[in-house]
Design a protein around this ligand. Structure first.
Ligand SMILES: [Zn+2]
Length: 189
């Protein structure tokens, strides 16, 4: 897995870039939480659940079913999250999907059971540039840990920050343009 904080990067950066009108704070917090939540299955890893089991690390919590569950929660809780039901469903779906895709782009471990319940296989992307993080937190304070942090900055934080800044730039440009149109209409006879 990438480290748990890095799993929050897509939801956090894209949510902030889209702004509070589209992704209100409650929805943003829910998205960030759900983008990290699949790795709660690591608890099972330390309790002896086999990695390759569907209930093991990167099993059903990293699946199409988990994404669908997140979307259903978004549909149900949209008003409480202060957002439209469809927006909530889509954002929470993306939060879990981003977790699965990032795990599938790591260099080690088993791939996520991304297609469960349609099939049980573990899947990786054909391109896996992200260094896999150690399961033991103490191992992060080593050369391996440093390589993981560098890899995550390069392949996750940097691209998502860049995409978010682009979205922010276009949002500001669009707002400026809309203000100009309103001003022009007011001036028109
Ligand atoms: Zn994971």
């Amino acid at each position: 897995m990438p480290t748990v904080l890095t799993h929050a990067a897509p939801a956090l950066t894209l949510g902030l870039a889209l702004g509070a009108k589209v992704i209100p704070p409650r929805l943003l917090v829910a998205g960030v939480a759900l983008s990290m939540a699949p790795d709660l299955d690591s608890i099972g890893f330390f309790m002896g659940v086999p990695y390759e089991s569907l209930w093991g690390h990167r099993g059903i919590s990293h699946s199409t079913a988990a994404m669908a569950l997140a979307a259903a929660a978004g549909l149900a809780l949209g008003p409480w999250l202060r957002a439209g039901r469809m927006v909530s469903a889509f954002f929470l779906f993306l939060a879990v999907a981003s977790h699965v895709v990032l795990d599938a782009a790591t260099s080690g471990g088993l791939g996520p059971a991304a297609l469960w319940p349609f099939e049980d296989g573990r899947h990786f992307l054909s391109w896996r540039p992200i260094r896999v993080a150690p399961m033991s937190p103490s191992a992060m304070f080593s050369d391996w840990g440093r390589a993981v942090v560098f890899s995550e900055l390069k392949w996750v934080w940097l691209p998502f920050t860049a995409i978010s800044l682009l979205i922010l730039f276009f949002r500001k440009a669009l707002t400026r343009n809309n203000r100009r149109v309103v001003r022009f209409r007011r001036l028109a006879p």
